[in-house]
Write a protein that binds this ligand. Structure first.
Ligand code: ATP
Ligand code: MG
Length: 220
């Protein structure tokens, strides 16, 4: 691991007897928006998570790297958006790694890094939970973490649920219903490119960062 490791994963300050629930909110976060934040907060409450670690992806496995904003910009926006929530942290772990970051590798590392009394909960929206079956090493993932799958407008969580059951992969998944926010990063990028407002779709601090750094002015 790189010299950045101490900042990449936060110390949890626990004693070994205490059970601790760590949520991991993975994503590209290009940019982070209120859909991500409400998902993380609702998962935290529903599953009594002690902390949610936002994990912006390094070189995304399923997206064209050239079209994705820099890790530093995506990390900075995550920090801005989560700064006021004492239960949220942002990790540099994946953006500081070179090459493709598979969720299974990150979870393996977290599993080895934190003591056994720390339970891992990987949080996703209804679209991403279905992708899990196509993720690298779905079976190995199942042993490392419990999944929390949140409803998302435009995606049918019941279909996802049925397909996951039919797959026979023994995944532990908790399904949660959350306030519907039909917001996506793709839509935010399009809005910026078309000079439309993104106010109230993400925090003012993120909107300001996008403007100041001239992100998303061209391309999607
Ligand atoms: P893009 O349009 O670029 O794919 P996105 O809005 O889907 O961006 P991602 O970074 O791809 O954001 O998603 C990270 C995680 O957040 C995924 O698990 C996704 O399902 C979840 N998520 C994103 N937006 C919402 C939303 N509005 N409601 C519920 N979950 C969401
Ligand atoms: Mg997405």
């Amino acid at each position: 691991m790189s010299a950045r490791e101490p900042q990449a994963l936060p110390p949890l300050g626990l004693d070994a007897t205490q059970q601790y629930r760590l949520g991991i909110m993975g994503g590209t976060f290009d940019p982070i928006h209120y859909g991500h934040l409400v998902t993380a907060e609702q998962a935290r409450e529903a599953c009594k998570l002690d902390l949610v670690l936002f994990m912006p992806a390094g070189t995304p496995a399923f997206k064209n790297a050239a079209e994705v904003s820099s890790g530093e910009d995506r990390y900075a926006m995550c920090v801005l958006a989560t700064a006021a929530n004492p239960h949220f942290r942002v990790s540099r772990f994946e953006i500081d790694r070179s090459g493709t970051s598979y969720t299974v590798d990150t979870l393996r590392y977290l599993r080895a890094y934190y003591p056994q009394n720390v339970e891992l909960y990987f949080i996703t929206g209804a679209d991403a939970i279905l992708d899990i079956l196509s993720w690298h090493e779905a079976e190995a993932l199942a042993k490392l973490t419990t999944f929390i799958a949140a409803t998302r407008p435009g995606y049918d969580i019941h279909t996802a649920q049925e397909r996951l059951v039919a797959s026979g992969v023994p995944l532990a998944i908790r399904y949660i219903e959350i306030p519907a926010l039909a917001i996506s990063s793709t839509n935010l990028r399009e809005r910026v490119r078309n000079q439309s407002s993104i106010s109230y779709l993400t925090s003012q601090s993120v909107a300001g960062y996008i403007e100041k750094n001239e992100l998303y002015r061209r391309g999607v």
